[in-house]
Unconditional design. Structure first.
Length: 146
């Protein structure tokens, strides 16, 4: 079965909203101003993307940890903590550097997803979902770094 189940698909797509909102408010000064006045400066532009991106990388470490637990192999546990550590150590240094490091982190996460999927530890549909979500996240972060 490679069709993505409805609930993971909808929740995954809903999880993109902060990235999409951040991209829109990065590209539109008027929308950014409205967002700052309505939601606060932390919830617009690169700020929301970088903060939320670090949270998602840490969350995905937990998902990978669950996959690693299925095999019980030490290497799986070691690999599973890389996204969280990457987010912790690599998202400082200003929005451009942090944005670039988040992009690298999400692409690296996709490679880890593939590794766990290839070993049969992730569901058959996993890479379809993760490829879609990763592509959208990277596209949304690009306005921060260019």
């Amino acid at each position: 079965m490679t069709q993505i189940p409805r609930m993971p698909l909808w929740l995954g797509l809903a999880g993109l909203l902060p990235f999409i909102w951040g991209a829109l408010t990065t590209l539109s000064p008027d929308l950014s101003l409205w967002g700052q006045q309505t939601l606060g400066g932390r919830f617009v532009g690169p700020y929301i993307q970088l903060f939320y991106g670090a949270i998602i990388l840490a969350f995905m470490s937990g998902v990978l940890w669950g996959f690693a637990a299925r095999s019980g192999q030490t290497i799986g546990y070691v690999l599973s903590v890389i996204p969280a550590l990457w987010a912790f150590f690599m998202t400082g240094g200003g929005p451009v550097a942090a944005g670039m490091n988040l992009i690298v982190g999400f692409v690296g996460l996709l490679l880890l997803d593939w590794q766990f999927w290839r070993q049969g530890l992730a569901p058959s549909w996993w890479m379809h979902l993760r490829s879609l979500l990763t592509a959208i996240v990277v596209i949304c972060i690009l306005p921060v770094v260019i």
